[in-house]
Ligand binder design. Sequence first.
Ligand code: GLA
Length: 403
Amino acid sequence: MSPASDPTTDDPHRGAPDRRREGDGERPSPHLDAADVCASAPGRVEFIGNHTDYNGGWVLGATLDRRVAVGLTRRDDEWVELTSASDVPAVRVSLGAVTSQSGEQAWANYVLGVLAVLRNEGLPVDRGFNLRVKSTLPVGAGLSSSAALELAVAFALTDAYGGPFDRKALARLARRAENEFVGVPCGLLDQAVVAFGAEDRLVRVDARTEEITTVPFPENTRLWIFRTHEAHALADAHYQERHDEAHAARDRLDDLIGPVEHLVDVSPSQLESVREKLEAPLYRRARHVITEHRRVERAVHLLERGREEEVGELLFASHASSRTDYENSTPELDFVVDRLEETDHVLGARLTGAGFGGAATAWTDTAFREAQARAVAEAYDDRFGHELEVLPGHPAPGAVVHA
Ligand code: GLA
């Protein structure tokens, strides 16, 4: 590919591993004005690439223009006090006993996990701090408020206490905090997108190499989020189950067809050749991951060529595959995507993120009107008797320390 056609040559993060950026602008909230350090990070949607990240595949994500902000003020003693503008209790721990919280205090684990991992990596946090959280991003909506909080905390802590961590290191460490401290075996998608997002860009993550680049978000298109308000009580357990099934499928294929490091290394025809030897659910999980990875590669190729309608078809195909093969959709999400598929100016739509509830996202051209989104919400209310929240989305800057 020639440099002129390389979509990443004007990548805003190329060669700029620093955490501050020019023109960071105002602090996001007067509540945080008095803090020593203020940092914020956006939510994200998964544009395409469902459950590919912990299988060594590709994923494309987009940041949102809704953010989690934190204000950090150093203390002279050993106490860490965490408060939030949302309706959750304050949490106070000693630096000598940074342990996992439960019940209503569990929200603090995203903060404490990042603190623990960064200290483990040598960040010299020798005194405590107060940290206040303020968010315009809905929590529990499948828009990665947890990764946004983790990255905002990571940026604030490293700004306050130093350390040789660049943007990518912080994304990887935030993922580790979620894996080890919070206990969710997520891949790198959320943290990478939240760290590397940029105005009018999509973030591409290659989970095998952990290479993170951005590609332009077509300017004649828009994102819309449809939040179902349906948070599956067992979402984390189901996520773990899919994660384990995907790895079991990889191990079976490794036995059947030779060395398989990642599930995405298997081609669709190789998978078909051993279909009869695989348990039916493992076959379906594998087929989803293997075809989804290829859909992401194809989507990047088509985006570079301005072939948006075909990209949109891939988004619908991605949802169909999640629905039938990965079985991580819900009747509510299927209803939203089906209605969107019948709506003019919708290029593509699909569930976004882990699934099992949460949100769907639509990708539209600029002629799509809010009234059309509201019509989907009304039909949803008639059918399910509860609200479908509609949020317009726009790829916005990633995590940042504010001046
Ligand atoms: C969640 C996880 C991600 C990814 C998606 C599904 O958002 O945190 O790592 O696995 O689900 O693609």
